[in-house]
Structures are given as structure tokens and as C-alpha cells.
Design a binder for this molecule. Structure first.
Ligand code: SF4
Length: 354
């Protein structure tokens, strides 16, 4: 059954796989790495644009390594998970300094680089160097769980090891690059998460989930992570045409991106912002005017729902309480990288003065 799966998968790839990607067949480990890191963040259509932007600005890993952080974060803007952008820079610099600008040529060495887990290391080592390593991500786990009718949860350590071992047994060791690309394409276009194309699937005859009628119930996950609600109120405190911003440093969402003065609350604020104790403390009895309040903004992250508003506050003078923030001219704000939640507001600014 295992040999049959591999044989049919390779046949499907040869005869019917129409999926084209700019990085398909790519042998440059830098481009493979970049595409994999970007695709961990987003859907393929959106990822393509980011990939092309990155390659045109940073055609080699050396270009990326010597770029100022700010420029890279700006380009990453909108992809989310900014710790991955930080790792991207760190790895680019390490490859430049410790490996003379060339990616290490084997799985074990590649896996030691920051931000590169087993999946990306397998992708780079197999695509660039044809090392017999099997890529295993959610797509591959889904295909295997369905075809073999497996109910082992995919999100436990035991489950991960199990699928990794099975994937390795199925791998066409002599054609690792081609096999890995085939199973990824098969998962993305045929054995899709929703509405898989079972009717036209080459694996249908032996597919356990299809034959027993439980395709929609696989793969199984053990943990369902509950979504957390967060309320963020951003105060745009303006002094002489300048606004206070700061870089987020905490180990949290949006690390290394910028933000306005933030008040995070456990629930919505249902009272006028004027006279809010938070503002009183900030202004230390000084005078301020609340000039505008935005509509409610909402953003869904993987495990968090972010909601909040933007409030424009005009101050008469600089605030000593905001010593950890910097004042930036309003027309220079676009030079800083902000999270999508703030950028959406900045694009619309409905009712706010320019
Ligand atoms: S028959 Fe359906 S569930 Fe089975 S491998 Fe094909 S697409 Fe996936």
C-alpha cells in the first residue's frame, strides 16, 4: 500500500500536476528558504507578492543580511508573526558571517539556524541538494491521515513523530525534491482541507477515509486552542504636528512593530474617554483635548480576536510620562512599520484630520 501510494503520487505529478509556482524547481537555497518562511504566514496568492517583493529588493542573502532592520520589517508588514521576520534577519546575517553567504548544504546544519524547524530544513535540503528528507506539514499530515485512515492526532509530539516516520517511509529517496513537491501540490490542489477532489483522485481506490466515508473527519487534532479576546485602545497623542509612537519589545504579538500609546483593557470601554484615569495619569493634571474617536476595529489572529479604537488627543506640550515613546512628525509615520490593525486605521482615518 505504501509503495502504491508513492508510485501513484509520482504518476499524478508527472501526468496531471498543473500547479505552477515561481519557486518550483528552484535550487537556490536562499530562495527556497524565503518562499517557505513567507508561505508559513499566508495564503499562496498573497505570499507570491511578498516573495517577489523580497527577491527584487534582496536578490541574494547578502543583500538581506546587510539591510537595516527597519527596511525588512517594512517589507514584511502585513504578514504577521514578526518574530519570524526577526529570525529571518538573524539567519541571513549568520549565513553571511559564518558560512560566507552560502547556506549550509545538509539538513542537520540547516536546522541549527534560527527560525528553521524540521519542515523548512527538509524543504531546503531536499529541494536544493536532493537530500532524502521528507517534508511534513499540515498538508502532508492530512493526506496521510486520510489515505491510511489514521486517527492519531497530528498535534501531539507522539503524532508528529509518527507522521514524520511514515512520511520518510513513503519518500522516494532517489527523487526527494520531486516527491516532496508532489505531495505538497497534491495536498494543496486535490486532497484539500475542505471539499477534497475525491472523485478525480488517483489515490481513491485505496484511500481508507474515502472508502469508509470519513474524509471530513480527518485529520484529528487533540487540542482545540480557545480564542482569546483582547481590547486595545490606541491614543494618538499629538503635540505640534508630531505623534508619540514606540516599538513593541515585549514577547507578544507584533514584536518589533510600532504602535501609538496603548491602553489594553480586559473588556470594552463603555464610558467617555475624556476623564479616563489612564489619561489623567498620563497628563498629570495637564490640559488635553479629545479630538476624534474612531469606529471599532477588529482583527482576527490565529488564537486571538483583537478589537479596539483609535482616539486622537491633542496635547499642549510634551509629556514627561511618555519618556519611553518617541515623537514622530505626522507626515513621517509611513516610514515606520506598524501592525495591520493600525495600518488599516491609518489608511482609512475616517473623520480624523489629515
Ligand atoms: S480520495 Fe479523497 S481523501 Fe483520499 S487521498 Fe484522494 S482526495 Fe484525499
Amino acid at each position: 500500500m505504501k509503495a502504491e501510494f508513492t508510485r501513484k503520487l509520482m504518476r499524478w505529478n508527472r501526468d496531471s500536476n498543473k500547479r505552477s509556482m515561481p519557486w518550483k524547481g528552484e535550487k537556490d537555497p536562499y530562495k527556497i528558504w524565503l518562499s517557505e518562511i513567507i508561505l508559513q504566514q499566508t495564503r499562496v496568492e498573497q505570499g507570491l507578492k511578498y516573495y517577489e517583493k523580497f527577491i527584487s529588493k534582496f536578490p541574494t542573502i547578502e543583500h538581506l543580511a546587510v539591510s537595516p532592520d527597519e527596511k525588512v520589517y517594512k517589507l514584511w508588514e502585513g504578514l504577521g508573526y514578526y518574530s519570524r521576520c526577526k529570525n529571518l534577519l538573524e539567519t541571513a546575517r549568520r549565513v553571511k558571517n559564518e558560512y560566507s553567504g552560502t547556506f549550509p548544504d545538509n539538513y542537520e546544519e540547516i536546522k541549527k539556524l534560527k527560525g528553521i524547524g524540521p519542515y523548512t530544513a527538509a524543504a531546503i535540503s531536499s529541494f536544493a541538494y536532493n537530500e532524502p528528507r521528507a517534508v511534513v506539514d499540515g498538508n502532508v499530515q492530512r493526506v496521510l491521515a486520510r489515505y491510511f485512515g489514521l486517527t492519531t492526532p497530528i498535534d501531539t509530539n507522539q503524532g508528529k513523530n509518527f507522521y514524520q516516520q511514515l512520511a520518510f517511509e513513503l519518500l522516494d529517496k532517489k527523487n526527494a525534491a520531486l516527491y516532496n513537491q508532489s505531495i505538497m501540490d497534491f495536498g494543496a490542489t486535490i486532497c484539500k482541507p475542505q471539499n477534497p477532489l475525491c472523485k478525480e483522485c488517483i489515490q481513491q481506490r485505496d484511500c481508507v477515509a474515502f472508502n469508509k466515508g470519513f474524509v471530513a473527519r480527518l485529520p484529528v487534532k487533540e487540542k482545540m486552542v480557545p480564542k482569546k479576546n483582547r481590547w486595545l485602545y490606541y491614543f494618538l497623542i499629538e503635540v505640534d504636528d508630531q505623534i508619540y509612537i514606540r516599538k513593541r519589545a515585549e514577547k507578544d504579538i507584533w514584536q518589533n512593530l510600532h504602535e501609538f500609546v496603548l491602553l489594553e483593557t480586559p473588556g470594552p470601554i463603555n464610558r467617555p474617554f475624556q476623564g479616563l484615569p489612564f489619561l489623567k495619569k498620563l497628563f498629570q493634571r495637564g490640559v488635553y483635548d479629545i479630538n476624534h474617536t474612531s469606529k471599532l476595529y477588529k482583527q482576527q489572529l490565529t488564537h486571538q480576536t483583537i478589537q479596539g479604537q483609535f482616539i486622537l488627543v491633542i496635547a499642549k506640550k510634551e509629556l514627561v510620562t511618555l519618556y519611553s515613546y518617541m515623537l514622530v512628525k505626522k507626515d513621517k509615520l509611513h516610514q515606520y512599520a506598524f501592525p495591520k490593525f493600525i495600518n488599516k486605521f491609518l489608511e482609512e482615518r475616517t473623520g480624523f484630520p489629515a
